[in-house]
Design a protein around this ligand. Sequence first.
Ligand SMILES: Cc1cc2nc3c(=O)[nH]c(=O)nc-3n(C[C@H](O)[C@H](O)[C@H](O)COP(=O)(O)OP(=O)(O)OC[C@H]3O[C@@H](n4cnc5c(N)ncnc54)[C@H](O)[C@@H]3O)c2cc1C
Length: 363
Amino acid sequence: MASGSVAVVGAGALGGWTALWMRRGGADVILLDAAEPGHARSSSGGETRLLRCGYGTAVEFSALAWQAARLWAQEEPALGGDIWRRNGVLWLFRSRADGYAAATEQALTRLQVPFCRLDAAEVQRRWPVFRAQPLECALLEPEAGFLQARRACRGVQERFLREGGQWRLATARPGRGLGGRLLELELSPAEHLGADAFVFACGPWLPKLFPGVPQAAVRVTRQEVHTFAVPPDRPEWTADRMPCWIDYNSGIWYGVPAGESRGFKIGDHRPGPAFDPDHGDRTPSAAGLAAARAFLRQSFPALRDAALVGAEVCQYELAPQDRPFCLRHPEWSNVWLVGGGSGHGFKLGPALGAAAAAQVLAG
Ligand SMILES: Cc1cc2nc3c(=O)[nH]c(=O)nc-3n(C[C@H](O)[C@H](O)[C@H](O)COP(=O)(O)OP(=O)(O)OC[C@H]3O[C@@H](n4cnc5c(N)ncnc54)[C@H](O)[C@@H]3O)c2cc1C
């Protein structure tokens, strides 16, 4: 297979990395997408995405995230640099009662991922912007932080092209199959593209393309993210001075500090209502803004009246148990479906892409 041709549909975090690793594995790879990598309607299409390794008892995800972190570090210069900001991720545990904090500590210790436990007084001393009461403990992952998501998607595509990959801006869907194999993609306008193997890394569009494949039936949910202005001349609100954070018992709200002309970003990790990535209304809702402001009032009182400077509606593509997948199509043996980032898949891109590429190249 390594010398064969592969068409990868979808140039988001998962498709881009899969294409790059397959190219490096010796395949003749063409990457296609209906729009530019990291475009506004794709799940990878935000400015920033958190990179953290804590996952409670899901040690396999901690291991994957740590592997991905090392790959981001290794590949960052080749992607144009300035992609991974290691300002740390601070987990705030208002209560440790459900065991998630302890399980995270155990997993990170076992995997030798750097972290430290802080008490409320230490959090308050180091970052007075956080409301540190009540707080049973905090865990700081000092080597975690955030990825410049859109920039990273473009960087992966550019690297892929420099290493001999081909790129095509086109909408694609499975075309003719024969004898248990897919022969070609149908591109629009009417055109066909053949290959030895096909990877569909189409994020939230997978269920539309493969309605008959239950394993790829990711649940697509509407997610809102808000960005607020921070007080001027106050570096303590920026990534130079402040880590990203996850307020575990809040539901879960998470955020990225201000910087590089960005405001202070906050998002609610709980899955929203069902959403259509093509036709869903991307107008931010009054209820979403009210919830964000209520969270700010409670957890960052100094931002209670902060000006809203941005709001985005994006979508999660949730797989069962939030587990990303690379699965072979049940009827076509040369077709793989890669997806299910489930609100945490961006950072895993290089590791998941490497695993998917190995699987496809091994046939
Ligand atoms: C608000 C929000 C916050 C998130 N926060 C984090 C975080 O902090 N950390 C983290 O690790 N992850 C996070 N995630 C999750 C992560 O961003 C996604 O899981 C990941 O980006 C999914 O990548 P993907 O490549 O599978 O899908 P996508 O990025 O959606 O890419 C799929 C691509 O396929 C293309 N495509 C689809 N159908 C076709 C077709 N027929 N023909 C051609 N092209 C097609 C699309 O145009 C698109 O570019 C977040 C997601 C959201 C929405």
